[in-house]
Write a protein that binds this ligand. Structure first.
Ligand code: NAP
Length: 260
C-alpha cells in the first residue's frame, strides 16, 4: 500500500521489508542512518526494543512504550506510534463522537496498550479492561497518562456487565489461526446498538465479529486500523495523507476478501 501511494503521489521512494534479528537491531538502525533513509516502520518484536536507539521519541509513543514509525528529521531519528491513532481514525469513520461512550477493551497486550492510551486521550467516558491475565490489565490502568474511569474485569464479569458498553474492542489473538473457532467472550448480553471492533484482520471476519453481527451489532475488522496506521506513517514521512480507502482495498486484495 505504501509503494502504491508513492507512485500515486509521484514520490521517488520505495518501501522494502527487512528481516532484522534482535541482536542486530542497533546496527540496523545505524545502517539506516548511514544511508540517510527517510523513514521506516518497525513491527513485532522490535517495537519497544528500538526505542533506546532513536534520537527522540514522541510523547504519545513514549507513554505507550512502543514505536512503529520512525522519521528521519535532518539526520535525527524520531520515533512515533501510529497504531493507537490509526485505530482511532478508523473508528471515527463509524462513530463521530466518543462523548458519553462506555468502552470495553478485551486484551491487555501491546496493541491494547496503544488503543487504551489513545482512547483515554480521545475522551471516552469510561474504558473497562477484561483480560485473561488481570495483572497486565491493572498495569495498563496504573500507567495510563490520561485520566479515564476504568475497571479491570475477569472475562466472566465483563460478560455479566456487557449491556453497559457502547463500544467493545477485541485485541487478543483469539480468533486468529489456529483459534479461528474461538471467541474471547460471550456476547449474549450485548447492548442493542453497540459497536463492535476486532483488530484482527486474518481472518477478515473472526468468530467474535460473526457473533456480534448475529446479535445485530455494527462491526469493524482490523483492516481499517491497519490501513490508517500505515497512512499516518506515510503522512509523517511525506506530509501527504494518502487515500486510506484505496490503501484498504489494496490490503484486502492481498488478503483475498471483502471487508465487513
Ligand atoms: P500481545 O502483546 O502478544 O497480546 C496478546 C493478547 O492476547 C493479550 O491480552 C493476551 O492475554 C491475549 N491472549 C493471547 N492468547 C490468549 C488465550 N489463549 N486466551 C486468552 N487470552 C489470550 O499481542 P498484540 O501485539 O497486542 O496483538 C494482538 C492482536 O492484535 C494480534 O492478533 C495482532 O495481529 C492484532 N493487531 C492488529 C493490528 C491492526 O493494525 N489491525 C495492529 C496490531 C495488532 P494475556 O495478557 O493473558 O497473555
Amino acid at each position: 500500500m505504501h509503494n502504491d501511494s508513492f507512485q500515486r503521489y509521484d514520490i521517488n521512494a520505495e518501501f522494502f521489508a527487512f528481516h532484522v534479528k534482535k541482536e542486530a537491531l542497533q546496527d540496523a538502525v545505524k545502517g539506516f542512518k548511514a544511508i540517510h533513509l527517510a523513514g521506516f516502520n518497525i513491527t513485532v518484536p522490535h517495537k519497544t526494543a528500538i526505542m533506546p536507539f532513536l534520537d527522540e521519541i514522541d510523547p504519545l509513543a513514549q507513554a505507550i512504550g512502543a514505536v512503529n514509525t520512525v522519521v528521519n528529521d535532518d539526520g535525527r531519528f524520531i520515533g512515533y506510534n501510529t497504531d493507537g491513532s490509526g485505530f482511532l481514525e478508523a473508528l471515527k469513520k463509524e462513530i463521530p463522537s466518543f462523548d458519553n461512550k462506555n468502552m470495553l477493551l478485551i486484551g491487555a497486550g501491546g496493541a491494547a496498550r496503544a488503543i487504551y492510551f489513545t482512547m483515554a486521550h480521545a475522551g471516552v467516558q469510561s474504558i473497562d479492561i477484561a483480560n485473561r491475565t488481570l495483572d497486565k490489565a491493572e498495569y495498563l490502568v496504573k500507567n495510563c497518562p490520561y485520566p479515564v474511569d476504568s475497571a479491570v474485569l475477569r472475562i466472566e464479569d465483563a460478560e455479566e456487565k456487557l449491556s453497559k458498553y457502547d463500544l467493545i474492542v477485541q485485541t487478543t489473538s483469539i480468533g486468529m489461526h489456529p483459534e479461528i473457532n474461538r471467541s474471547p467472550i460471550c456476547l449474549d448480553r450485548i447492548k442493542k446498538d453497540a459497536f463492535v471492533s476486532d483488530i484482527i484482520y486474518t481472518p477478515l471476519e473472526t468468530k467474535f465479529l460473526q457473533d456480534a453481527k448475529r446479535h445485530g451489532a455494527r462491526t469493524q475488522n482490523g483492516i481499517p486500523m491497519f490501513a490508517y496506521q500505515g497512512a499516518l506513517a506515510f503522512e509523517k514521512w511525506t506530509g501527504i495523507l494518502p487515500d486510506t480507502e484505496r490503501m484498504q482495498s489494496i490490503v484486502l486484495k492481498h488478503l483475498g476478501g471483502k471487508s465487513c
